[in-house]
Design a protein around this ligand. Structure first.
Ligand SMILES: [Zn+2]
Length: 493
Protein backbone atom coordinates (compact mmCIF):
# COMPACT_ATOMS: atom_id res chain seq x y z
CA UNK A 1 0.00 0.00 0.00
CA UNK A 2 1.36 3.39 -0.86
CA UNK A 3 2.04 5.72 2.05
CA UNK A 4 -0.30 8.60 2.57
CA UNK A 5 1.19 11.98 1.83
CA UNK A 6 -0.56 14.89 3.44
CA UNK A 7 -0.58 18.46 2.28
CA UNK A 8 -0.57 20.04 5.68
CA UNK A 9 -2.31 23.26 6.59
CA UNK A 10 -0.85 26.48 7.85
CA UNK A 11 -1.77 25.46 11.44
CA UNK A 12 1.32 23.26 11.58
CA UNK A 13 3.70 25.83 10.14
CA UNK A 14 6.45 27.01 12.52
CA UNK A 15 6.00 30.38 14.19
CA UNK A 16 8.82 31.91 12.17
CA UNK A 17 8.04 32.64 8.55
CA UNK A 18 8.86 29.46 6.62
CA UNK A 19 11.47 29.74 3.93
CA UNK A 20 9.81 29.70 0.52
CA UNK A 21 10.49 26.54 -1.40
CA UNK A 22 12.47 27.67 -4.41
CA UNK A 23 12.27 24.36 -6.21
CA UNK A 24 10.29 24.23 -9.45
CA UNK A 25 8.14 21.70 -11.19
CA UNK A 26 6.88 21.28 -14.74
CA UNK A 27 3.10 21.40 -15.13
CA UNK A 28 0.33 21.88 -17.66
CA UNK A 29 -1.38 25.25 -17.49
CA UNK A 30 -4.85 23.99 -18.55
CA UNK A 31 -4.91 20.63 -20.32
CA UNK A 32 -2.44 18.18 -21.87
CA UNK A 33 -4.17 18.63 -25.25
CA UNK A 34 -4.56 22.42 -25.24
CA UNK A 35 -1.72 22.65 -27.74
CA UNK A 36 0.81 24.24 -25.37
CA UNK A 37 3.96 22.87 -23.75
CA UNK A 38 4.22 22.41 -19.96
CA UNK A 39 5.51 25.44 -18.06
CA UNK A 40 7.77 25.84 -15.04
CA UNK A 41 5.82 26.49 -11.86
CA UNK A 42 6.94 27.17 -8.29
CA UNK A 43 6.52 24.37 -5.75
CA UNK A 44 2.79 24.09 -4.90
CA UNK A 45 1.95 26.17 -1.83
CA UNK A 46 0.54 24.43 1.27
CA UNK A 47 -3.22 24.63 1.53
CA UNK A 48 -4.92 26.35 4.51
CA UNK A 49 -6.01 24.16 7.41
CA UNK A 50 -9.73 24.64 6.75
CA UNK A 51 -9.29 23.18 3.25
CA UNK A 52 -6.91 20.32 4.12
CA UNK A 53 -6.28 17.55 1.62
CA UNK A 54 -5.05 13.99 1.94
CA UNK A 55 -3.30 12.95 -1.25
CA UNK A 56 -3.54 9.18 -1.64
CA UNK A 57 -0.32 8.63 -3.55
CA UNK A 58 3.35 8.56 -2.84
CA UNK A 59 4.90 11.95 -3.53
CA UNK A 60 7.77 11.79 -6.02
CA UNK A 61 10.72 14.15 -5.48
CA UNK A 62 9.72 17.78 -5.96
CA UNK A 63 11.45 18.50 -9.26
CA UNK A 64 10.82 19.06 -12.96
CA UNK A 65 9.81 15.65 -14.28
CA UNK A 66 9.35 14.60 -17.88
CA UNK A 67 5.77 14.72 -19.26
CA UNK A 68 4.40 11.20 -19.62
CA UNK A 69 5.83 10.06 -16.28
CA UNK A 70 3.87 9.32 -13.14
CA UNK A 71 5.96 11.90 -11.26
CA UNK A 72 5.01 14.62 -13.76
CA UNK A 73 1.32 13.72 -13.50
CA UNK A 74 1.50 13.82 -9.71
CA UNK A 75 2.94 17.32 -9.54
CA UNK A 76 0.81 18.79 -12.32
CA UNK A 77 -2.31 17.53 -10.49
CA UNK A 78 -1.16 18.88 -7.12
CA UNK A 79 -0.16 22.22 -8.67
CA UNK A 80 -3.64 22.63 -10.18
CA UNK A 81 -5.30 21.83 -6.84
CA UNK A 82 -3.04 24.19 -4.94
CA UNK A 83 -3.67 26.97 -7.49
CA UNK A 84 -7.42 26.40 -7.32
CA UNK A 85 -7.52 26.43 -3.53
CA UNK A 86 -5.41 29.61 -3.45
CA UNK A 87 -8.02 31.24 -5.73
CA UNK A 88 -11.11 30.18 -3.75
CA UNK A 89 -9.84 30.12 -0.14
CA UNK A 90 -10.09 33.91 0.45
CA UNK A 91 -13.80 33.71 -0.49
CA UNK A 92 -14.56 30.94 2.01
CA UNK A 93 -13.65 33.02 5.08
CA UNK A 94 -12.34 30.02 7.00
CA UNK A 95 -15.22 27.72 6.08
CA UNK A 96 -14.23 24.10 5.55
CA UNK A 97 -15.30 21.26 3.25
CA UNK A 98 -19.01 20.43 3.37
CA UNK A 99 -18.79 16.98 4.94
CA UNK A 100 -15.21 16.14 5.91
CA UNK A 101 -12.25 17.74 7.61
CA UNK A 102 -9.77 16.44 5.03
CA UNK A 103 -10.79 15.94 1.44
CA UNK A 104 -9.14 12.83 0.01
CA UNK A 105 -7.60 13.10 -3.45
CA UNK A 106 -7.23 10.00 -5.64
CA UNK A 107 -5.13 11.19 -8.58
CA UNK A 108 -5.59 7.82 -10.33
CA UNK A 109 -8.27 5.64 -8.82
CA UNK A 110 -8.35 3.04 -11.62
CA UNK A 111 -9.48 2.44 -15.16
CA UNK A 112 -12.34 4.68 -16.31
CA UNK A 113 -13.05 7.76 -18.42
CA UNK A 114 -14.25 9.68 -15.43
CA UNK A 115 -13.72 12.10 -12.56
CA UNK A 116 -16.03 12.79 -9.65
CA UNK A 117 -16.59 14.60 -6.35
CA UNK A 118 -18.48 12.67 -3.68
CA UNK A 119 -18.03 14.82 -0.53
CA UNK A 120 -15.32 12.48 0.82
CA UNK A 121 -12.97 12.72 -2.15
CA UNK A 122 -12.00 14.09 -5.51
CA UNK A 123 -11.39 11.03 -7.68
CA UNK A 124 -9.64 10.85 -11.04
CA UNK A 125 -9.05 7.91 -13.38
CA UNK A 126 -7.22 6.73 -16.49
CA UNK A 127 -8.32 4.81 -19.57
CA UNK A 128 -7.11 3.94 -23.04
CA UNK A 129 -8.94 5.54 -25.96
CA UNK A 130 -7.79 5.68 -29.57
CA UNK A 131 -4.62 3.83 -28.55
CA UNK A 132 -3.66 6.51 -26.04
CA UNK A 133 -3.91 6.53 -22.24
CA UNK A 134 -5.72 9.57 -20.88
CA UNK A 135 -5.43 10.51 -17.18
CA UNK A 136 -8.23 12.79 -16.00
CA UNK A 137 -6.13 13.87 -12.97
CA UNK A 138 -3.43 15.18 -15.32
CA UNK A 139 -5.73 17.89 -16.71
CA UNK A 140 -5.83 21.10 -14.63
CA UNK A 141 -9.19 21.82 -16.31
CA UNK A 142 -10.66 18.59 -14.92
CA UNK A 143 -8.96 18.91 -11.52
CA UNK A 144 -10.16 22.47 -10.96
CA UNK A 145 -13.66 21.62 -12.26
CA UNK A 146 -13.97 18.86 -9.62
CA UNK A 147 -12.50 21.20 -7.03
CA UNK A 148 -15.20 23.70 -8.06
CA UNK A 149 -17.87 21.18 -7.02
CA UNK A 150 -16.24 20.88 -3.59
CA UNK A 151 -15.92 24.67 -3.20
CA UNK A 152 -19.55 25.29 -4.16
CA UNK A 153 -20.60 22.51 -1.80
CA UNK A 154 -18.70 24.27 1.00
CA UNK A 155 -20.45 27.55 0.13
CA UNK A 156 -24.00 26.18 -0.39
CA UNK A 157 -24.34 22.60 0.93
CA UNK A 158 -28.13 22.72 0.37
CA UNK A 159 -27.52 22.43 -3.38
CA UNK A 160 -26.21 18.87 -2.89
CA UNK A 161 -29.48 17.04 -2.42
CA UNK A 162 -31.99 19.41 -3.97
CA UNK A 163 -33.96 17.82 -6.80
CA UNK A 164 -33.71 20.57 -9.39
CA UNK A 165 -32.24 20.54 -12.88
CA UNK A 166 -31.04 24.13 -12.61
CA UNK A 167 -29.30 23.55 -9.27
CA UNK A 168 -27.55 20.41 -10.60
CA UNK A 169 -26.60 22.18 -13.83
CA UNK A 170 -25.35 25.22 -11.92
CA UNK A 171 -22.98 22.91 -10.00
CA UNK A 172 -21.51 21.84 -13.35
CA UNK A 173 -21.30 25.43 -14.54
CA UNK A 174 -19.54 26.50 -11.34
CA UNK A 175 -17.05 23.67 -11.98
CA UNK A 176 -16.36 24.93 -15.50
CA UNK A 177 -16.08 28.53 -14.31
CA UNK A 178 -13.68 27.32 -11.61
CA UNK A 179 -11.52 25.79 -14.38
CA UNK A 180 -11.61 29.06 -16.38
CA UNK A 181 -10.81 31.24 -13.38
CA UNK A 182 -8.02 28.94 -12.13
CA UNK A 183 -6.48 29.08 -15.62
CA UNK A 184 -6.62 32.88 -15.53
CA UNK A 185 -4.51 32.88 -12.34
CA UNK A 186 -1.52 32.11 -14.59
CA UNK A 187 0.11 35.18 -16.22
CA UNK A 188 1.42 32.99 -19.05
CA UNK A 189 -2.07 31.70 -19.88
CA UNK A 190 -3.60 35.18 -19.66
CA UNK A 191 -1.07 36.51 -22.17
CA UNK A 192 -1.52 33.50 -24.45
CA UNK A 193 -5.31 33.83 -24.45
CA UNK A 194 -5.21 37.58 -25.15
CA UNK A 195 -2.90 36.89 -28.11
CA UNK A 196 -5.09 34.06 -29.39
CA UNK A 197 -8.35 36.04 -29.12
CA UNK A 198 -6.84 39.44 -30.02
CA UNK A 199 -8.21 40.73 -26.73
CA UNK A 200 -11.77 39.51 -27.42
CA UNK A 201 -12.15 37.01 -24.59
CA UNK A 202 -15.48 35.61 -25.74
CA UNK A 203 -13.97 33.73 -28.65
CA UNK A 204 -13.13 30.07 -28.84
CA UNK A 205 -9.64 29.67 -27.39
CA UNK A 206 -7.66 27.31 -25.24
CA UNK A 207 -9.32 29.08 -22.29
CA UNK A 208 -12.89 28.47 -23.46
CA UNK A 209 -12.13 24.90 -24.56
CA UNK A 210 -12.48 22.88 -21.39
CA UNK A 211 -10.91 19.48 -20.73
CA UNK A 212 -9.69 18.85 -24.28
CA UNK A 213 -8.04 15.53 -23.40
CA UNK A 214 -11.07 13.99 -21.67
CA UNK A 215 -13.23 15.30 -24.53
CA UNK A 216 -10.85 13.73 -27.06
CA UNK A 217 -10.99 10.37 -25.28
CA UNK A 218 -14.80 10.37 -25.15
CA UNK A 219 -14.90 11.43 -28.83
CA UNK A 220 -13.01 8.24 -29.78
CA UNK A 221 -16.00 6.23 -28.52
CA UNK A 222 -18.95 8.58 -28.87
CA UNK A 223 -18.16 11.58 -31.10
CA UNK A 224 -21.77 12.76 -30.85
CA UNK A 225 -21.53 13.36 -27.10
CA UNK A 226 -18.84 16.04 -26.81
CA UNK A 227 -17.87 19.31 -28.48
CA UNK A 228 -15.71 18.89 -31.61
CA UNK A 229 -12.70 20.43 -29.86
CA UNK A 230 -13.12 19.91 -26.10
CA UNK A 231 -15.35 18.31 -23.50
CA UNK A 232 -17.33 21.59 -23.43
CA UNK A 233 -16.65 25.01 -24.93
CA UNK A 234 -17.61 28.06 -22.86
CA UNK A 235 -17.82 30.18 -26.02
CA UNK A 236 -21.23 28.84 -27.01
CA UNK A 237 -24.49 30.32 -28.29
CA UNK A 238 -27.16 28.59 -26.21
CA UNK A 239 -30.24 30.57 -25.18
CA UNK A 240 -32.18 29.72 -22.02
CA UNK A 241 -35.07 27.28 -22.22
CA UNK A 242 -37.00 25.97 -19.23
CA UNK A 243 -35.57 22.48 -18.56
CA UNK A 244 -39.08 21.03 -18.81
CA UNK A 245 -39.10 22.07 -22.49
CA UNK A 246 -35.93 20.07 -23.25
CA UNK A 247 -35.32 16.38 -23.98
CA UNK A 248 -33.46 14.39 -21.28
CA UNK A 249 -30.62 13.45 -23.65
CA UNK A 250 -29.32 14.32 -27.09
CA UNK A 251 -26.17 15.01 -29.10
CA UNK A 252 -23.71 17.67 -27.99
CA UNK A 253 -24.97 20.30 -30.43
CA UNK A 254 -28.43 20.15 -28.88
CA UNK A 255 -29.36 21.66 -25.52
CA UNK A 256 -30.88 19.02 -23.22
CA UNK A 257 -31.93 18.88 -19.57
CA UNK A 258 -28.91 16.66 -18.77
CA UNK A 259 -27.06 18.84 -16.22
CA UNK A 260 -23.71 19.05 -18.10
CA UNK A 261 -25.54 19.98 -21.28
CA UNK A 262 -27.85 22.48 -19.60
CA UNK A 263 -24.94 23.99 -17.60
CA UNK A 264 -23.67 25.45 -20.89
CA UNK A 265 -26.39 28.12 -20.86
CA UNK A 266 -25.12 29.64 -17.62
CA UNK A 267 -21.45 29.08 -18.49
CA UNK A 268 -21.89 30.72 -21.90
CA UNK A 269 -23.66 33.72 -20.38
CA UNK A 270 -21.09 34.06 -17.61
CA UNK A 271 -18.17 33.79 -20.03
CA UNK A 272 -19.74 36.34 -22.35
CA UNK A 273 -20.18 38.64 -19.33
CA UNK A 274 -16.50 38.18 -18.50
CA UNK A 275 -15.62 39.15 -22.07
CA UNK A 276 -17.75 42.31 -21.86
CA UNK A 277 -16.26 43.15 -18.46
CA UNK A 278 -12.80 42.98 -20.03
CA UNK A 279 -13.88 45.09 -22.99
CA UNK A 280 -15.17 47.70 -20.52
CA UNK A 281 -11.92 47.66 -18.55
CA UNK A 282 -9.60 48.80 -21.33
CA UNK A 283 -9.62 49.45 -25.06
CA UNK A 284 -6.58 47.21 -25.48
CA UNK A 285 -6.72 44.92 -22.47
CA UNK A 286 -3.51 43.48 -21.08
CA UNK A 287 -3.03 40.50 -18.82
CA UNK A 288 -3.29 42.70 -15.72
CA UNK A 289 -6.76 43.86 -16.83
CA UNK A 290 -7.72 40.24 -17.42
CA UNK A 291 -6.55 39.25 -13.94
CA UNK A 292 -8.53 42.08 -12.35
CA UNK A 293 -11.68 41.09 -14.28
CA UNK A 294 -11.28 37.40 -13.38
CA UNK A 295 -10.90 38.25 -9.69
CA UNK A 296 -13.89 40.60 -9.76
CA UNK A 297 -15.91 37.90 -11.47
CA UNK A 298 -14.96 35.29 -8.83
CA UNK A 299 -15.96 37.66 -6.01
CA UNK A 300 -19.34 38.43 -7.64
CA UNK A 301 -20.04 34.78 -8.32
CA UNK A 302 -19.33 33.77 -4.72
CA UNK A 303 -21.46 36.52 -3.25
CA UNK A 304 -24.25 35.66 -5.66
CA UNK A 305 -24.34 31.97 -4.71
CA UNK A 306 -24.29 32.91 -1.04
CA UNK A 307 -27.33 35.16 -1.45
CA UNK A 308 -29.32 33.48 -4.20
CA UNK A 309 -32.49 31.76 -3.04
CA UNK A 310 -32.59 28.12 -4.15
CA UNK A 311 -35.60 28.24 -6.43
CA UNK A 312 -36.48 26.28 -9.60
CA UNK A 313 -35.20 29.17 -11.78
CA UNK A 314 -31.84 29.13 -10.04
CA UNK A 315 -29.85 30.36 -13.10
CA UNK A 316 -31.84 33.60 -13.21
CA UNK A 317 -31.61 33.99 -9.46
CA UNK A 318 -27.79 33.74 -9.49
CA UNK A 319 -27.58 36.04 -12.52
CA UNK A 320 -29.66 38.71 -10.77
CA UNK A 321 -27.63 38.31 -7.59
CA UNK A 322 -24.40 38.83 -9.54
CA UNK A 323 -25.72 42.18 -10.78
CA UNK A 324 -26.71 43.04 -7.21
CA UNK A 325 -23.30 41.94 -5.87
CA UNK A 326 -21.62 44.20 -8.44
CA UNK A 327 -23.80 47.12 -7.32
CA UNK A 328 -22.95 46.58 -3.67
CA UNK A 329 -19.29 45.51 -3.88
CA UNK A 330 -18.01 47.31 -6.96
CA UNK A 331 -20.40 50.28 -7.30
CA UNK A 332 -21.91 48.82 -10.44
CA UNK A 333 -18.60 48.75 -12.33
CA UNK A 334 -19.66 45.74 -14.39
CA UNK A 335 -23.44 46.19 -14.28
CA UNK A 336 -23.87 46.91 -17.99
CA UNK A 337 -21.66 43.96 -18.99
CA UNK A 338 -23.51 41.52 -16.73
CA UNK A 339 -26.97 42.72 -17.73
CA UNK A 340 -26.12 42.65 -21.44
CA UNK A 341 -24.75 39.11 -21.36
CA UNK A 342 -27.50 37.69 -19.17
CA UNK A 343 -30.19 39.26 -21.36
CA UNK A 344 -28.51 38.03 -24.56
CA UNK A 345 -28.70 34.46 -23.16
CA UNK A 346 -32.23 34.73 -21.83
CA UNK A 347 -30.89 34.10 -18.32
CA UNK A 348 -32.78 37.26 -17.37
CA UNK A 349 -35.86 38.60 -19.09
CA UNK A 350 -35.67 42.25 -20.09
CA UNK A 351 -38.05 43.10 -17.28
CA UNK A 352 -35.96 41.28 -14.65
CA UNK A 353 -32.70 42.76 -15.91
CA UNK A 354 -34.03 46.30 -15.65
CA UNK A 355 -35.85 45.76 -12.35
CA UNK A 356 -35.11 47.86 -9.30
CA UNK A 357 -32.20 46.80 -7.05
CA UNK A 358 -32.65 43.35 -5.58
CA UNK A 359 -32.29 44.32 -1.95
CA UNK A 360 -36.07 44.82 -1.97
CA UNK A 361 -36.63 41.10 -2.30
CA UNK A 362 -35.62 39.81 1.07
CA UNK A 363 -38.69 37.81 1.91
CA UNK A 364 -37.98 34.41 0.42
CA UNK A 365 -39.28 31.29 2.15
CA UNK A 366 -35.72 30.30 3.01
CA UNK A 367 -35.01 33.63 4.62
CA UNK A 368 -38.28 33.51 6.49
CA UNK A 369 -37.39 30.01 7.76
CA UNK A 370 -33.95 31.26 8.76
CA UNK A 371 -35.47 34.11 10.73
CA UNK A 372 -37.80 31.73 12.48
CA UNK A 373 -34.78 29.59 13.37
CA UNK A 374 -33.18 32.68 14.95
CA UNK A 375 -30.62 33.22 12.20
CA UNK A 376 -30.32 36.92 11.48
CA UNK A 377 -28.95 39.46 9.05
CA UNK A 378 -25.86 38.60 7.06
CA UNK A 379 -25.77 35.04 8.41
CA UNK A 380 -29.04 34.14 6.75
CA UNK A 381 -27.50 33.62 3.34
CA UNK A 382 -24.67 31.53 4.73
CA UNK A 383 -26.86 29.39 6.96
CA UNK A 384 -27.91 25.93 5.95
CA UNK A 385 -31.64 26.30 5.90
CA UNK A 386 -33.44 23.01 5.20
CA UNK A 387 -35.29 23.04 1.92
CA UNK A 388 -38.79 21.59 1.72
CA UNK A 389 -39.05 17.80 1.84
CA UNK A 390 -41.90 16.32 -0.18
CA UNK A 391 -43.06 12.74 -0.72
CA UNK A 392 -43.42 11.27 -4.19
CA UNK A 393 -45.37 8.13 -4.99
CA UNK A 394 -42.87 5.33 -5.60
CA UNK A 395 -44.95 3.13 -7.91
CA UNK A 396 -43.70 4.54 -11.21
CA UNK A 397 -40.13 4.43 -9.87
CA UNK A 398 -40.38 0.69 -9.16
CA UNK A 399 -40.76 1.18 -5.40
CA UNK A 400 -44.17 -0.44 -5.22
CA UNK A 401 -46.63 1.19 -2.84
CA UNK A 402 -43.99 3.07 -0.89
CA UNK A 403 -43.41 6.81 -1.05
CA UNK A 404 -40.01 8.45 -1.31
CA UNK A 405 -38.86 11.72 0.24
CA UNK A 406 -37.04 14.29 -1.91
CA UNK A 407 -35.77 17.80 -1.20
CA UNK A 408 -37.20 20.46 -3.47
CA UNK A 409 -36.18 24.00 -4.25
CA UNK A 410 -38.08 26.72 -2.41
CA UNK A 411 -40.91 28.71 -3.97
CA UNK A 412 -39.87 31.72 -5.97
CA UNK A 413 -41.04 34.91 -4.27
CA UNK A 414 -43.22 37.33 -6.22
CA UNK A 415 -40.32 39.57 -7.17
CA UNK A 416 -38.07 36.70 -8.23
CA UNK A 417 -35.80 37.12 -11.22
CA UNK A 418 -37.24 35.56 -14.36
CA UNK A 419 -35.60 34.03 -17.39
CA UNK A 420 -36.74 35.07 -20.86
CA UNK A 421 -39.24 33.33 -23.07
CA UNK A 422 -38.19 32.71 -26.67
CA UNK A 423 -40.52 35.35 -28.07
CA UNK A 424 -41.28 38.08 -25.55
CA UNK A 425 -41.55 38.45 -21.79
CA UNK A 426 -40.80 35.96 -19.06
CA UNK A 427 -40.35 32.20 -19.36
CA UNK A 428 -42.82 30.17 -17.35
CA UNK A 429 -41.32 29.11 -14.02
CA UNK A 430 -42.03 25.58 -12.77
CA UNK A 431 -43.41 25.04 -9.27
CA UNK A 432 -40.78 23.48 -6.95
CA UNK A 433 -42.75 20.20 -6.66
CA UNK A 434 -43.07 19.88 -10.42
CA UNK A 435 -39.40 20.75 -10.94
CA UNK A 436 -38.41 18.07 -8.38
CA UNK A 437 -40.69 15.49 -9.93
CA UNK A 438 -39.23 16.21 -13.37
CA UNK A 439 -35.66 15.93 -12.12
CA UNK A 440 -36.33 12.65 -10.30
CA UNK A 441 -37.95 11.23 -13.41
CA UNK A 442 -34.96 12.37 -15.46
CA UNK A 443 -32.61 10.57 -13.03
CA UNK A 444 -34.60 7.35 -13.18
CA UNK A 445 -35.02 7.41 -16.97
CA UNK A 446 -31.29 7.89 -17.45
CA UNK A 447 -30.41 5.16 -14.92
CA UNK A 448 -28.74 7.51 -12.42
CA UNK A 449 -30.39 6.13 -9.29
CA UNK A 450 -29.03 3.24 -7.22
CA UNK A 451 -32.15 1.71 -5.70
CA UNK A 452 -30.15 -0.75 -3.58
CA UNK A 453 -32.48 -3.39 -2.22
CA UNK A 454 -35.47 -1.03 -2.21
CA UNK A 455 -36.70 -1.52 -5.78
CA UNK A 456 -39.01 -4.28 -6.87
CA UNK A 457 -36.57 -5.80 -9.34
CA UNK A 458 -39.28 -7.06 -11.67
CA UNK A 459 -40.69 -3.55 -12.09
CA UNK A 460 -37.83 -1.05 -11.77
CA UNK A 461 -35.68 0.27 -14.61
CA UNK A 462 -32.32 -0.25 -12.90
CA UNK A 463 -29.81 0.27 -15.77
CA UNK A 464 -26.95 -1.87 -14.37
CA UNK A 465 -24.17 -0.26 -16.46
CA UNK A 466 -24.86 3.45 -16.00
CA UNK A 467 -23.18 5.60 -13.38
CA UNK A 468 -25.23 6.30 -10.29
CA UNK A 469 -25.24 9.90 -9.06
CA UNK A 470 -28.07 9.31 -6.55
CA UNK A 471 -29.20 6.53 -4.24
CA UNK A 472 -32.30 5.54 -2.36
CA UNK A 473 -31.62 5.29 1.34
CA UNK A 474 -33.60 4.67 4.49
CA UNK A 475 -33.68 7.71 6.79
CA UNK A 476 -35.69 7.55 10.01
CA UNK A 477 -37.64 4.61 8.63
CA UNK A 478 -38.52 6.40 5.39
CA UNK A 479 -37.14 6.07 1.89
CA UNK A 480 -35.27 9.17 0.76
CA UNK A 481 -33.48 10.03 -2.47
CA UNK A 482 -30.04 11.56 -1.86
CA UNK A 483 -27.09 12.50 -4.00
CA UNK A 484 -24.04 10.24 -4.10
CA UNK A 485 -21.70 12.30 -6.28
CA UNK A 486 -21.24 14.79 -9.09
CA UNK A 487 -19.94 12.65 -11.90
CA UNK A 488 -18.27 13.97 -15.04
CA UNK A 489 -17.47 10.91 -17.11
CA UNK A 490 -18.78 8.83 -19.97
CA UNK A 491 -21.29 6.08 -19.30
CA UNK A 492 -19.84 2.73 -20.35
CA UNK A 493 -23.28 1.58 -21.45
ZN1 LIG B 1 -18.86 18.14 -12.80
Amino acid sequence: MSPVVRLRGARRAPAAAPKPDTREILAWEDDPMSGAEPVKRPAPAPVPANLALTILAKAPPLASHRPGTEAFRYWTGIEALSRGIALWAPHLAGRGWAATKRLRVHLDRGQDLNAYYDRASLSFFHDVAGGRTIYSGESPDVVTHELGHAILDALRPELWDVMSTEAAAFHESFGDLSALLCGLELPSLRSAVLRETEGHLFRSSRLSRLAESLGWAIRQRRPDLVAPDALRNAANAFFYRPPSALPPSGPDAQLTSEPHSFSRVFTGGAFEAMGLMLAGAARRPGEKHLLAVARDFAALLVRAVQHAAIVPTYFSEVAAQMIEADRLLLRGRHGAALRTAFVRRGLLSLESATARPRTVRRRTPQRAAAREAGIRGHEIAAATVPLPLIRLAGASLGLGRRVIGVRTAGSAPGLAARAAALSTGDARSARPDDAAHAFVEYLVRRGRVDFGSHAESARAAVHPRTRKTHRVTQQAGRLTLVRRCFDCGLDPA
